[in-house]
Design a binder for this molecule. Structure first.
Ligand code: SAH
Ligand code: SF4
Length: 365
């Protein structure tokens, strides 16, 4: 089977081309075609000798994420891709366009997720496998290619799609470096965000990477009892340990941390919970993102209503903590993490059930 060229680092490609008796600058030329020009065919790499292009095409593939479904929100500003990997696994990536110049890709780091957060569609499907660094970066490349064809540019990347980035630490870090690489996508570190459910050893490790990347922590509850109900990983690394690691991260990097809070009606949106969160974060260099819950099939919780959200936010303000209410972008296209894949699988199961009867669907769409 051919190898995927995006799984190779520049050093690895340089080493490989040296064994093919190519001059050292060839690997940098190849890199530029892959990451700056973003061509999808070796034949298009016109400054490489024809025999080299032929050999590369014999041994490597360029694109390997196959688009299976694409959904655009009714306002046209959010588009979600369901992508199939060569082994049949499926992942999701989302592009969000804002009225300013921002074009943000939300990309996946794993097929499925092992963390089992109860309200999350990806958690509900379980873990399939880690993505390679190449597979993570390719999602951003797909959007970058599309945008550049329209005269625009991918400006931001959030590692907030399917999977827990810090469970797949090495590939995630390699992907971040490649997204940031000025010889390629050249996305500023401050325009990249990595979100974690709270894997404490990885947060400590991340603090030492010397990166300016933004860190987001999925908090969702301010007591161990409540948090362990929603996020099982809290039993392994309870709040005190998590907050110790986060404070150490802030002290070491000087960077502000974002805390994610999915507001679930009657569950974690009460004034008491807001007070607890306020007390937990007071004096911490923090910002809170409040996200009304995206309902998912296997979790009965509902999103909080706007008055509840506003009241929650007022309590945080009193504690001196800034927060934003994140609009649930693309709610009409199942753009919550893992939701499109879950929906496509349900539709496939419905079809499989219907088929033994041997009847054509009367729905002609
Ligand atoms: N695994 C990482 C990143 C992917 S999830 C993490 O958990 O941080 C990205 C964000 O979406 C997390 O804050 C997660 O808690 C949140 N999320 C997951 N399912 C959600 C849902 N149904 N409604 C609202 N937010 C959700
Ligand atoms: Fe995994 Fe994040 Fe979903 Fe939790 S919220 S199951 S960590 S993807």
């Amino acid at each position: 089977m051919k190898k995927a060229i995006y799984d190779f680092s520049l050093d690895e490609l340089t080493g490989l081309l040296a064994t093919w008796h190519q001059p050292a600058y060839r690997a940098r030329q190849l890199w530029e075609w892959l990451y700056r020009r973003k061509v999808t065919d070796f034949a298009a790499m016109t400054n490489l000798p024809a025999d080299l292009r032929a050999r590369l095409a014999d041994e490597f593939t360029i694109t390997r994420l196959e688009p299976v479904a694409e959904l655009r929100s009714s306002d046209g500003q959010t588009v979600k891709h369901l992508l199939r990997l060569p082994d049949g696994q499926m992942i999701e990536s989302v592009l969000m366009e804002y009225d300013d110049e921002r074009r943000t890709a939300c990309i996946s780091t794993q097929a499925g997720c092992a963390m089992g957060c109860v309200f999350c569609a990806t958690g509900q499907m379980g873990f399939a496998r880690h993505l390679t660094a190449g597979e993570i970066v390719e999602q951003a490349l797909i959007f970058a290619r599309q945008l550049e064809a329209e005269g625009e540019r991918l400006s931001n990347v959030v590692l907030m799609g399917m999977g827990e980035p810090f469970h797949n630490y090495d590939a995630t870090l390699e992907a971040i470096r490649r997204l940031n690489d000025e010889r390629g996508l050249n996305i500023g570190q401050r325009h990249i965000t990595v979100s974690t459910v709270g894997l404490v050893p990885a947060i400590r490790r991340f603090a030492d990477e010397g990166l300016q990347v933004k860190l987001a922590i999925s908090l969702h509850a301010a007591t161990d009892e409540e948090r362990s109900k929603l996020l099982p990983i809290n039993r392994r690394w309870p709040l005190r340990e998590l907050m110790d690691a986060v404070r150490e991260y802030i002290a070491r990097t000087g960077r502000r941390v974002t805390f994610e809070w999915a507001l679930i009606a009657g569950e974690n949106d009460t004034p008491e919970q807001a007070e607890r969160l306020g007390a937990l974060l007071e004096g911490t260099k923090a910002h809170v993102n409040l996200i009304p819950l995206n309902p998912t099939p296997e979790y009965g919780g509902r999103p909080s209503d706007p008055q509840r959200v506003a009241a929650f936010q007022r309590v945080l303000t009193r504690h001196g903590i800034t927060s934003t209410v994140r609009v649930r972008r693309g709610i009409d296209i199942q753009a919550g993490c893992g939701q499109l894949k879950a929906e496509v699988q349900r539709a496939a199961r419905r079809r499989a059930k219907a088929e033994p009867a041997g009847e054509e669907s009367t729905d002609s769409r």
